[in-house]
Design a protein around this ligand. Structure first.
Ligand code: ZN
Length: 679
């Protein structure tokens, strides 16, 4: 739920599709309808609110479970993958006797056991935290604090200044050290300055939450909540907004490590780096003024406050692994207050998810053996090639782009690589120490492993084969540094990909998803990277200006949509995803039309293939969401809310208007002059 300490430019550029039963094999060609008509609400009008029409019935039948903040195809598949399939895999492993130390089976079974062993967790209370607390208590100067902050970063505690390692945006074959902003408990700076009543309430609850955590921990500091909120508010004011963070050029400031140190001289970066074993003479700094201003702020803040803040971040980071009272209070604030989730999942479900979080790749190896049919790789690669072909045809038809830029766009398109299902090679995790009665130390060991692995990459060649998602993840991503699209096994299932469904539904689902990821290579960020994954301009100035004009109009269009009262969509934050949706949908539509070779299929359930295509699109995004989660999404997530992902692009597609024969007065129709076609 909380964001990781590593929040750097390159990582922020990897764009995913969404913020989360083996089919019976059929050899014949008969297809079953991939859309259940009882999901419709025929009282709603397709041309006025397509989401209400296509998903109204589904929404009524599928209220949000108490343990969730939103509920849709992603969450349902995720639950199936984790709480049914992974559960079965883990339970089988735990039955095996004599597991050899250091094997993946031993690690999985013993970690799972350590999470379930609540008696030991209760008995040990805060004792596991003691070595870290002692270090914080011993801090006497900013220099000491920098060293302790380095220690904290190694185990995933949020810090106001963070290091991360990724490919160099301008030389994507080599890994380099990045420095970025961080350390905001509420995740995003707008939480600290919005004045609407729900955000004010979140801040009030945040203060109470910290106070309660400190009280339960019997720390001597009385009511530190307000002090910590005040400090985080000052930090937030210095940080870039999530829209500013989207600019890969402005956030790329390569410099000598010695010059970086001079930007924040009082917060000893050498000590911070040494504690983390970071050895490099070059760093890419996200935002120079942040470091300069942070230096002033840290100097002006009493050391006692900075120690309080560090203690708070430590306690918060590990609350889920501490006795029940901490775990529940952490859930109350971060899940109930911030996202509207009423009830915590059971310990067994959480143990599975925690094991997945820690040992996701070893589990993924077992998952794909059991649940990913090899032949899907071939089918999906065919689909990817279809999308590539149609994308090329669309580029040729663009009226706003010159031939010389088109040639470069083709070059980039041709260079796209892809990964399907699961990694070709699996990493070795055997050095992570896992014991069945040491939950906290297990988490520490895994954190140190990840940190060490990351730090050791500095200066080395980028491993282009590495996966940034586990195979069981219900999601997909585009990585501009590799110019690659990646589709984990987890998403290659209904309703996204239904081996037995009619084509129109699959094109509205998985093919639109593939098109979405391809379009990320040509969105506001991806378009700034060339065919080799380097941040390098390949556009003529006038083509770039045309592109910017089109995206600006699409930003304004989405900024006019209210997600819920008082919370409008941030068009600039969501532009990359919105462009990808519009492009993905268009590509999939034309790929489908092309696949018929002029022989159109008969209607199914009374719907033409054109209509079914849009029903397929609406189906993958059907979702019920709590108001709290919706507000959180609008403030922090580059993806628009589900309803607006479904409805938002449709008025721009004359194909939608034709499919549903929408009249001129319909709400989901725009005049030709207002329609935006980018890709
Ligand atoms: Zn996306």
């Amino acid at each position: 739920m909380k964001s990781a300490a590593f929040r750097v430019a390159a990582l922020a550029l990897v764009v995913s599709l969404a913020g989360c039963k083996k089919e019976k094999e059929e050899t014949d060609t008969s297809k079953v309808p991939g859309f259940d008509v009882s999901s419709l609400d025929s009282a709603a009008k397709a041309c006025d609110d397509f989401d209400a029409y296509a998903n109204g019935g589904w929404k009524k039948k599928n209220p949000i479970p108490g343990t969730e903040s939103r509920w849709g195809a992603f969450g349902i598949l995720d639950k199936e993958n984790k709480e049914v399939r992974l559960k079965g895999i883990i339970e089988e492993i735990t039955k095996v006797q004599d597991r050899k130390k250091g094997t993946e089976e031993q690690q999985i079974a013993d970690y799972y056991q350590s999470f379930l062993d609540t008696a030991t967790v209760e008995k040990r209370a805060l004792e596991p935290l003691k070595p870290y607390l002692d270090k914080i208590n011993a801090v006497a100067s900013l220099k000491d604090l920098a060293a302790v902050t380095g220690e904290m970063q190694k185990v995933g505690v949020e810090t106001v200044i963070g290091f991360g390692v990724e490919g160099d945006l301008r030389n994507s074959k080599v890994n380099i050290l990045y420095q970025g902003q961080g350390g905001l408990s509420l995740g995003e700076r707008s939480y600290y300055d919005r004045t609407d009543s729900s955000t004010v309430k979140v801040r009030g609850e945040f203060v109470k939450h910290i106070d309660k955590m400190f009280l339960m921990a019997s720390f001597p500091d009385a009511t530190p909540g307000q002090t910590i909120l005040d400090f985080e508010t000052k930090v937030a004011k210095l940080q870039l907004t999530n829209v500013e963070l989207r600019d890969p050029v402005k956030t790329y400031n390569k410099m000598a490590f010695a010059d970086f140190e001079k930007l924040i001289p009082d917060f000893d970066q050498k000590a911070f780096a040494d504690k983390q074993n970071v050895k490099t003479d070059t760093v890419i700094v996200q935002n120079k003024p942040y470091l300069q201003n942070l230096n002033k702020l840290l100097k002006a803040t009493p050391i006692a406050t900075l120690k309080l803040y560090t203690k708070w971040q430590l306690l918060s980071r590990f609350a889920g692994y501490l006795p029940k009272k901490f775990d529940q209070e952490d859930f109350r604030f971060f899940s109930t207050v911030m996202r509207g989730t009423k009830q915590q999942k059971g310990r067994v479900e959480r143990a599975i998810r925690s094991t997945d979080g820690l040992l996701g790749m070893p589990l993924g190896k077992l998952f794909v053996k059991k649940y990913f049919p090899e032949e899907d790789k071939k089918k999906v690669s065919e689909m990817i090639e279809n999308v590539r072909t149609v994308y090329g045809e669309r580029i040729d038809k663009l009226t706003w782009m010159s031939d010389s830029t088109k040639a470069k766009a083709h070059k980039k398109l041709k260079a796209f690589t892809y990964k399907i299902g699961y990694p070709d090679k699996w990493k070795d995790y055997s050095t992570i120490e896992i014991a069945p009665d040491k939950l906290f130390e297990n988490v520490i060991s895994a954190s140190l492993f990840a940190h060490k692995e990351s730090v050791e990459k500095i200066g080395k060649e980028v491993d282009k084969k590495e996966w940034l998602m586990t195979p069981q993840t219900v999601n997909a991503y585009y990585n501009p540094l590799n110019n690659e699209v990646v589709f984990p096994a987890g998403i290659l299932q209904p309703p996204f990909y239904n081996r037995n469904a009619d084509d129109a539904i699959n094109y509205g689902g998985i093919i639109a998803v593939i098109g979405h990821e391809f379009t990320h290579g040509f969105d506001d960020q991806g378009s700034q990277f060339d065919d080799e994954g380097n941040l390098k301009n390949w556009w003529t100035a006038s083509d770039r200006a045309n592109f910017d004009k089109l995206t600006k109009r699409y930003i304004d269009y989405f900024s006019g949509i209210e997600a819920l009262p008082g919370f409008k969509i941030n068009g600039a934050l969501t532009i990359g995803e919105n462009v990808a949706d519009l492009g993905g949908l268009t590509l999939a539509y034309y790929a489908l039309e092309k696949s018929f070779n002029g022989k159109e299929p008969a209607p199914i359930d009374g719907f033409t293939w054109k209509q079914r295509f849009f029903l397929g699109w609406a189906q993958v995004w059907h979702m019920n969401t709590t108001d709290e989660a919706l507000r959180n999404q609008v403030q922090t997530d580059p993806h628009s809310p589900a309803r607006d992902r479904i409805n938002g692009p449709l008025p721009h597609l004359k194909e939608f208007q034709a499919a549903w024969t929408c009249g001129a007065g319909s709400k989901m129709i725009l005049p030709d002059s207002s329609r935006i076609v980018i890709w």
